[in-house]
Design a protein around this ligand. Structure first.
Ligand SMILES: Nc1ncnc2c1ncn2[C@@H]1O[C@H](COP(=O)(O)OP(=O)(O)O)[C@@H](O)[C@H]1O
Ligand SMILES: [Mg+2]
Length: 291
């Protein structure tokens, strides 16, 4: 339970712009269909950003199987549920992964997030606000599809990175997700990563196809192309070894693709720093509204 004074203090801090000194960038990595490579992209993009000296926290928010911790060979003892129940501080559940990236094991507890009571939300907001300063990137690995667990994290992020593969159903499902995020949750901007392609050209064709459909049917949606990731047998190989391919095969083509993605994100970040837009300050309160 939080005392009234403390509640007011936290609310005031939020009204003043939350963690205003923080330059935390929040990315949500999502897809319409499962199995398109989200968790692999999250783990390896995080690893790549970490290699570029960024402080990265991965928030494992997929309640399904095949979580980030398994992919990275970690076995966290505690998870978000322990924080929500007041048994642990958030720092106590964060585990260190390869290359020094941090993982917040949330799988257990995520389902509860969408219907927390006010006190529990406040605990969480306070805890997250406290650690915000310690990171440059927070990356959500969401589940697939249009369930509230997924849309919740997408709405909380600065950027929604949608992953599609070459399978036509991954495109139709991505369209369905974008439509719901737009029409029910007011999201307008999306970035596309096309996974398991043979070339950038193939990825751009897929992007053109999807954006032609959204341009036609979803007026206020803009999708921009972030990049491609080629299909590479080193990916399943490193999944089996429970290590990021960026670590095991840093010179492979697939690692170069992810490197390019992290480079693009960092360059954009640099530009943003020069044209500071205060409206982009992240409010934990928008994720877990206390009111
Ligand atoms: N670029 C790629 N090349 C080859 N296989 C890939 C690639 N990306 C993902 N995969 C394979 O696809 C499967 C699903 O990936 P995963 O990251 O778990 O997807 P999601 O999190 O979207 O369900 C994994 O077994 C992985 O080995
Ligand atoms: Mg996954």
């Amino acid at each position: 339970m939080i005392k009234d004074g403390k509640q007011a203090q936290t609310l005031k801090k939020m009204m003043n712009g939350g963690n205003s000194g923080s330059s935390l960038k929040v990315l949500s990595i999502t897809s319409g269909k499962g199995g398109v490579g989200k968790t692999n992209v999250v783990a390896n993009l995080a690893y790549s950003l970490r290699k570029k000296d960024q402080r990265v926290l991965v928030f494992d928010a997929d309640i399904g199987l095949g979580n980030v911790d398994i992919l990275l060979g970690l076995a966290p003892k505690f998870n978000l549920q322990h924080v929500l129940q007041g048994q642990k501080k958030i720092e106590e559940i964060i585990v260190e992964g390869p290359g020094g990236l941090n993982i917040l094991p949330a799988t257990s507890g995520v389902q509860e997030l969408t219907h927390l009571d006010k006190d529990a939300r406040l605990v969480l907001v306070e805890e997250l606000d406290r650690i915000s300063d310690q990171y440059d990137y927070l990356i959500f690995d969401t589940g697939a599809g249009i369930s509230s667990n997924v849309t919740y994290f997408c709405c909380a992020a600065h950027e929604i990175l949608v992953i599609v593969s070459t399978e036509p159903t991954s495109l139709t499902d991505a369209y369905a997700l974008i439509k719901v995020l737009n029409q029910k949750h007011g999201q307008k901007h999306f970035r596309l990563i096309v996974n398991t392609v043979k070339s950038d050209k193939e990825a751009k064709e897929i992007y053109k196809h999807l954006s032609a459909v959204t341009d036609r049917f979803l007026d206020s949606v803009s999708i921009n192309y972030l990049g491609h990731i080629i299909s590479d047998p080193n990916v399943p190989k490193s999944v089996r070894q429970q290590k990021p391919f960026m670590e095991l095969y840093p010179y492979s083509k697939v690692s170069k693709c992810v490197n390019d993605l992290s480079y693009t994100l960092l360059q954009e970040r640099e530009k943003e720093r020069h044209t500071t837009d205060s409206s982009k300050t992240f409010f934990w309160n928008s994720v877990f509204p206390v009111q």
